[in-house]
Design a protein around this ligand. Structure first.
Ligand SMILES: [Zn+2]
Length: 219
């Protein structure tokens, strides 16, 4: 009986789009929902000490649902769609044909273990398949646990992340640091600082999404 129920539930839910749950396409992200993603202009959303920060979209609607699904709800299959969206945006920037070393923003190991995976590793793996960039998941490490950033003010965020990252070995430039969201930019700023300390200056940052207003709390 339970098996029949499971099969029925699978039939009802699993073959449907995670976003609209109504598409007839046998896809987890149907083309209608995928094409509903609105991109930001090809222009940096921020500049941290001369380093450009790009974001593909605003953190809302299907992008928000996608990021949360990959990050918190174990929807690993959706990581390739997150990468694809980032790639669709990035194509316009990458005309310079640089081969970047991609650094996913690292998680502290106990957090990664609890979740069994670092969601940005998955996204960056897929992104590097599309771009043929070098993926480097191991050179920048998070050496201590930090409080969740969304609870803190901007000065507190910077303090919270101070000395949270370490560079284990020198990486080849240019470097592309990738994360899902940035608000105040504190995490990226701290990684940039560590790279600069090691004479690495050719850096660009790229996130999937930013909030429409920096003051919006993201969790
Ligand atoms: Zn859909």
């Amino acid at each position: 009986m339970i098996n029949i129920l499971k099969k029925l539930l699978y039939f009802i839910y699993d073959n449907k789009c995670y976003f609209c749950s109504s598409s007839k396409e046998d896809k987890i992200f149907c083309s209608k929902c995928f094409n509903s993603i609105e991109f930001l202009p090809i222009y940096p959303v921020k500049n941290i000490d001369g380093i450009k920060i790009y974001a593909a979209s605003y953190y809302k609607d299907n992008i928000q649902k996608l990021i949360r699904a990959v990050k918190y709800h174990n929807q690993k299959e959706l990581a390739k769609y997150q990468a694809k969206i980032m790639h669709n945006y990035w194509k316009a920037i990458s005309a310079n044909k640089n081969i970047y070393t991609v650094i996913p923003v690292p998680m502290f190991y106990s957090k990664a273990r609890k979740r069994n995976y670092n969601h940005m590793d998955l996204v960056c793996e897929e992104f590097c398949k599309l771009t043929e960039y070098r993926l480097d998941k191991d050179s920048v490490i998070r050496i201590r646990e930090t409080a969740p950033q969304y609870k803190l003010s901007k000065p507190e965020r910077e303090k919270n992340l101070k000395n949270a990252f370490q560079l284990k070995k020198i990486i080849k430039e240019p470097v592309l640091i990738m994360d899902d969201i940035t608000t105040t930019g504190s995490t990226l700023k701290e990684i940039i600082r560590v790279l600069n300390e090691n004479n690495i200056y050719d850096i660009t940052c790229f996130v999937t999404a930013i909030p429409e207003k920096e003051s919006i709390l993201i969790y």
